[in-house]
Design a protein around this ligand. Structure first.
Ligand code: UDP
Length: 278
């Protein structure tokens, strides 16, 4: 299924960023409504937060590219993707981060009575995230949770299915969580499946959320890269370099696109003037 087929009410058509599709949701409310429709229809959908690192990795990794192509909804998870959309496609994409959408969906799940399964993070973080979420969103039904450090995936799939969850959130880091969802998608019953990276660590309080200023200006990544506990220096560098490579790839593509447009205009005007002289 492609994103274009998600909704019958004209949900936005995906924008391609270096070959990876992102849905231009106007607001979190629109994204939540889209999730609501898929849960009501019981159609299985796979949601992925698309950030510069993921696109950059996918450029050199055909397996990840095909997993991302399988996803039904790609979210504009950060300002880097929004800038790329502007430069490459002339499209204004609003940010719809995986982490913020996760909290919006928790609020709606509590209202609607959707059953939620949380998979991933350490056992302590997973337990604490559940307790805090239930406290923050009264009525939230977390029908199952387990940490993301396991060997037997079939046992986990059986546990998720037995819980009769409507929504499965997988927080095992990228691209591990996307591979896991893709591999077990057929066997998993919940209609809504989404990779949420470090969101459970934020929900549990284990990882700090960036202050408002960083969130509002799209600079949350810079805060995380400095203050996020548990990331080694190597991870911080690898992530930063990957983002820089992504921006370089976007700039190269933008220049190439401009070059092609100039050549097209030049040859069209050349053909036009030839016609006049004939
Ligand atoms: N994690 C997990 N299983 C693993 C490896 C990692 O559950 O085998 C968890 C880890 O405990 C952390 C999350 O995945 O809670 C990764 O968070 P991060 O912010 O690094 O996610 P990303 O930025 O890659 O989406």
């Amino acid at each position: 299924m492609t994103t274009a087929t998600l909704s019958t009410n004209g949900s936005p058509k995906a924008v391609s960023i270096l070959g990876v599709d992102v849905v231009p949701f106007e607001s979190y409310a629109e994204a939540v409504k889209c999730a609501e429709e898929t849960i009501a229809s019981r159609r299985k959908t796979f949601w992925v937060a698309i950030n510069p690192e993921k696109i950059q990795t996918a450029l050199g990794d055909t397996q990840l590219r095909s997993v991302l192509a399988e996803a039904d909804v790609g979210l504009c998870d950060g300002i880097g993707v929004a800038i790329a959309a502007r430069l490459l496609q002339g499209v204004k994409l609003r940010r719809c981060t995986g982490c913020d959408l996760f909290f919006h969906l928790m609020a709606r799940a509590a209202e609607k009575g959707w059953k939620v399964f949380l998979l991933g993070a350490s056992p302590e973080s997973s337990g604490r995230a559940c307790a805090r979420l239930v406290e923050r969103f009264p009525g939230l039904q977390i029908v199952g949770h387990r940490d993301g450090y396991f060997n037997d995936s079939s046992e986990v799939v059986a546990e998720v299915n037995a819980s009769q969850a409507d929504m499965l959130f997988v927080a095992m880091g990228s691209p591990r969580q996307e591979y896991w969802i893709s591999e077990h998608r057929e066997a998993l019953h919940p209609p809504f499946c989404m990779g949420v990276g470090g969101s459970l660590d934020i929900a549990s309080g284990e990882a700090p959320r960036a202050p408002r200023f960083f969130q509002k200006t799209g600079m949350e990544y810079f805060y995380q890269v400095i203050f996020r506990p548990g990331w080694s220096a190597g991870v911080r560098w690898r992530r930063t370099l990957s983002r820089l490579s992504f921006m370089m790839a976007v700039l190269r593509e933008t220049m190439a696109g401009r070059g092609n447009r100039c050549r097209t205009v030049a040859s069209a005007s050349h053909a036009g003037s030839g016609g006049k002289h004939a």
